[in-house]
Design a protein around this ligand. Structure first.
Ligand code: GLU
Length: 482
């Protein structure tokens, strides 16, 4: 038999800023594909239509491009197995659901949300495993027809065997055994006709001829459902490779509260792509000679799954910063100046900043004093400014909560504009019952470092999500010390 060409993919959901975890998984897929002369596919998993946004897909593609992790097939590039956006593959999923219904591997479930809620409550009380009780699996043909005639809404569920075990053969972990009794009758198709992640992911991996599924550890528990789906369709499974999850320094799963997770942050803060890729390459993997500084080519040359260690790799910003410094030393001053102009002191940024300080300066040299905060990393608050972070009569923890809410709202937006910042802050004032000045002044001081900055909405729009969020978090840690 001819050896199958290696085909790997990443399947990100465009529901937020491009994540450092996506870059990590993309890197290992890319390296593996290159090592074997295979192909890397970008498949956009945008079936959650309320949370997916095209802007986020664009940002992800742009971030991958910045990192130099190019795809062989993608929504933009096309390819022989498209479309590469799940939202455009509805007919394929419906057809495959029909196949499972007719071969008896799946069934229609008419249970109402009230019944499912009640079931969840009962199961929680009995402290048993959550999951569906199989009620509709036992319906007679007549009962089923009755529901259909009445036009009752239904979902389609996978018929998971009640007994026995499903074994996942993971390239890194060996056999991972799941008791079928613990595996839920997974919903495959929702009542609105949209597939769930599980169905769409398996159907696409098969149709796109993916040979190795290299993804994060958090999906291991879904894999028995995927294995059962492959069997239900009569397809061969891909090789499963679940990479260890990136962790915060306290070993919890990497999260935005403890680490910057958006690739936009790293780019805006002026990390070099080579340093970031190198650092991500060290997450769970190591060079045979133990060297810590290596480039993509060297990683491809030496790559081997056997060198992956499963202990949760700690994503340590300080170490990445140190490595970035080494890379900066490697370039000459002229190259550094170029990088600086490309990512920090850009024409676009200067264009946005100039009108905001135009009215405030008397000599051109005053410019720097006024614009510094737009370009700095973390701000150093001086005594005179910090007292405005905490309005009279408010507790530090109330302000922390307020800033937390603002950060969450910022996260929900693809980008900041004068209008969206205004709407966001006004909404916060309305929802919290804080007075205008109890919100606006502390936020202004937190994000600009001074009470006398250019207009707040404009300043926040120019600073952008990453700097605003980072400074609000910085202000929160300051408030916690008060
Ligand atoms: N859509 C999933 C995600 O957002 C894909 C997981 C997988 O690779 O199977 O990570």
């Amino acid at each position: 038999m001819a050896t199958q060409d290696v085909r790997v993919r990443i399947g990100p959901s465009p529901t937020g800023d491009p994540h450092v975890g996506t870059a990590y998984i993309a890197l290992f897929n890319y390296v593996f594909a290159k090592k074997h002369g295979g192909s890397l596919v970008l498949r956009v998993e945008d079936t959650d239509q309320t949370r997916s946004k095209p802007e986020w897909e664009e940002m992800l593609v742009e971030a991958m491009h910045w990192l130099g992790l190019e795809f062989d097939e993608s929504p933009e590039k096309g390819g022989p197995f498209g479309p590469y956006r799940q939202s455009e593959r509805g007919a394929i999923y419906r057809e495959h659901t029909e196949q499972l219904l007719s071969n008896g591997s799946a069934y229609k479930c008419f249970c109402t949300s009230e019944r499912l809620e009640e079931l969840r409550r009962q199961k929680a009380q009995l402290k048993g495993p959550p999951g569906y009780d199989g009620h509709c699996r036992r319906l007679s043909d007549q009962e089923r027809q009755g529901h259909l005639d009445a036009g009752d809404a239904y979902v389609v569920r996978l018929k998971v065997p009640h007994e026995g075990q499903t074994i996942v053969h993971d390239r890194l972990r060996g056999e991972v055994v799941f008791e079928n009794a613990q595996v839920d009758d997974q919903v495959l198709m929702k009542s609105d006709g949209m597939p769930t992640y599980h169905l769409a992911n398996v159907v696409d991996d098969h149709l796109m001829q993916i040979t190795h599924v290299i993804r994060a550890e958090e999906w291991v528990s879904s894999t028995p459902k995927h294995v059962l789906l492959y069997r239900a369709f009569g397809w061969d499974e891909p090789v499963w490779v679940h990479m260890p999850l990136l962790r915060n320094s306290d070993k919890s799963k990497i999260s935005k509260r403890k680490n910057p997770v958006s690739l936009n942050y790293y780019r805006e803060a002026g990390f070099l792509r080579e340093a970031l890729l190198n650092y991500l390459g060290m997450m769970g993997w190591s060079m045979p000679d133990g060297s810590e500084k290596f480039n993509l080519e060297e990683m491809i040359k030496e790559f081997d799954f056997d060198r992956i260690s499963l202990g949760g790799p700690i994503f340590d910003l300080q170490k990445l910063t140190w490595l970035n410094g080494l890379y900066l030393r490697d370039v000459d001053a002229k190259q550094m100046l170029m990088a600086w102009k490309e990512s920090i002191f850009t024409e676009a940024m200067l264009d946005k900043v100039a009108p905001l300080v135009h009215e405030r300066i008397e000599k051109l040299e005053d410019f720097i004093d006024h614009i510094g905060f737009f370009f700095n990393g973390d701000l150093i608050y001086d005594e005179s400014a910090t007292k405005f972070l905490l309005p009279k009569g408010r507790e530090p923890k109330e302000m922390v909560k307020l800033f937390e809410q603002i950060c969450e709202k910022i996260d929900g937006l693809a980008a900041l504009s004068v209008e969206s910042v205004e709407a966001l802050l006004k909404e916060v004032v309305e929802n919290t019952g804080f007075k205008n000045k109890e919100v606006f002044l502390p936020v202004r001081v937190a994000v600009t470092g001074t009470k006398a900055s250019p207009p707040l909405y404009d300043s926040m729009a120019v600073l952008g999500k990453e700097r605003c969020r980072r400074r609000l978090r910085h202000a929160m840690s300051h408030l916690k010390t008060l």
